[in-house]
Write a protein that binds this ligand. Structure first.
Ligand code: NAP
Ligand code: ZN
Ligand code: ZN
Length: 381
């Protein structure tokens, strides 16, 4: 696989291209006008992603159209492209870490204008009326949020398609404002990896005085390390990859433990106040539960395809709690993006061409990601 750029912080060239004059619509080509949009899709669980045209809807009064500049590659994209959770609707265009430039807005849109930078994350709609939606927790909508891809649009019944594409049209309530203070390609992963780790760390009040353990140093894990350190926690990286220790410390971890070494884990028995498990594959949860202190909590955000197995003794011996957390609501996602802009936090990325997406998936499956692949959408014609 040919990785075009590999840098802990994206270089200047990954900043957003020149901006059209604010408020001025850009000239749409005849193809764009018909909504036909180049993309990459999987046609079945076994077929690799390949070029595919999708039809984007016309801009409705509350819609924002983005020209996608960068899209992060989440392990959920791999699970979904291969139907590992049994819910994929084919053909599927994955991608829910989307950043770009606004190229059209509906006549009722108030928060965005042409030329603005904006982002779209994991969901594009919800009922907006249930108790959870009213609290700004749209991800827990009791009617069901609408995922950015492989879900049914509530109004038209069309199947949503994600960010491995040139353009997306989304209701403005699910579009986020982005600062231009950070390298844009490194901002894309904040829309999923960022919020999925920020939200539980905030909810469980991880900060000064918390001994935080993060399991798995991938896209989510490296953001959890950054946020944990930024919030003032003592961060320990729990990884099964010995060669990631140096990076873990550079990202902000104070300690590193190799999870394949029983002696290292034994020395941490009962040590942690909070553990965030980001592992994408089948693994032993009891091993990490035993590292929690009395009444402490482990939150699993990683979603391996198979159901988890937990021995009750691992919970009972310390009245421990086991929980999970899904992305974050709209207000908290904007809060997280603003926090990142203020504290200079972005994802460490490898920028790739879209033609290399299948190789990127293969590398993620080998835990060989440093620490998020981001597609440069200029490579999709
Ligand atoms: P990723 O970048 O591929 O990272 C996963 C990491 O898990 C790997 O880098 C590796 O870290 C560790 N790992 C992988 N296989 C392992 C194994 N067999 N045993 C032990 N450790 C292993 O994935 P990601 O994008 O961060 O996503 C992680 C998981 O979170 C996925 O299941 C994804 O679907 C899920 N997710 C959930 C939400 C949510 O809302 N809850 C949102 C987004 C993603 P080390 O090499 O350091 O061990
Ligand atoms: Zn994701
Ligand atoms: Zn709702």
């Amino acid at each position: 696989m040919k990785t075009r750029k590999k840098s802990p912080r994206p270089s200047k060239t990954s900043r957003a291209p020149a901006k059209p004059k604010r408020g001025q619509p850009t000239e749409a080509t005849s193809t764009e006008k018909r909504g036909i949009t180049p993309a990459y899709a999987a046609q079945s669980p076994k077929t690799p992603l390949a070029p595919f045209n999708i039809q984007r809807r016309d801009v409705r009064p509350n819609d924002v159209q983005l020209e996608i500049l960068y899209c992060g590659v989440c392990h959920s994209d791999v699970h979904m492209a291969r139907n590992e959770w049994g819910q994929t609707i084919y053909p599927v265009v994955p991608g829910h870490e989307i950043v770009g430039r606004v190229t059209a807005v509906g006549n009722k849109v108030t928060r965005f204008r042409n030329g603005d930078l904006a982002g779209v994350g994991v969901m594009v709609d919800s009922c907006r009326e249930c108790a959870n939606c009213r609290k700004g927790l749209e991800q827990y909508c009791t009617v069901g949020m609408v995922l950015t891809y492989s879900a049914r649009d509530k109004r038209t019944g069309e199947i949503t398609q994600g960010g491995y594409s040139k353009r997306i049209v989304t209701h403005e309530d699910f579009v986020f404002r982005l600062s231009d203070a950070l390298p844009l390609a490194g901002v894309a992963p904040l829309l999923c990896a960022g919020i999925t780790t920020y939200s539980p760390l905030r909810h469980w009040k991880v900060g000064k005085g918390t001994k935080l353990g993060v399991v798995g140093l991938g896209g989510l894990g490296h953001m959890a390390v950054k946020f944990g350190a930024s919030f003032g926690a003592e961060v320990t990286m729990l990884s099964h990859s010995p060669d990631k220790e140096k990076d873990a410390r550079r990202l902000g971890a104070h300690k590193f433990a190799l999870t394949s070494d029983p002696a290292q884990l034994e020395s941490l028995a009962g040590y942690f106040d909070f553990i965030l498990d980001t592992v994408s594959a089948k693994h032993d949860y009891d091993k990490y539960l035993n590292l929690l202190g009395l009444d402490r909590t482990m939150v699993c955000v990683g979603i391996p395809p198979a159901p988890m197995e937990v021995q009750v003794f691992a919970l009972m011996g310390g009245r421990r709690r086991l929980s999970s957390s899904g992305i974050g609501g709209v207000p908290e996602t904007q809060e997280m993006l603003d926090y990142c802009a203020e504290h200079n936090i972005a994802s460490d990325i490898e920028l790739i061409d879209i033609a290399d997406i299948n190789d990127a998936y293969a590398r993620m499956l080998k835990s060989d990601v440093r620490y998020r692949f981001v597609i440069d959408m200029a490579s999709l014609s």
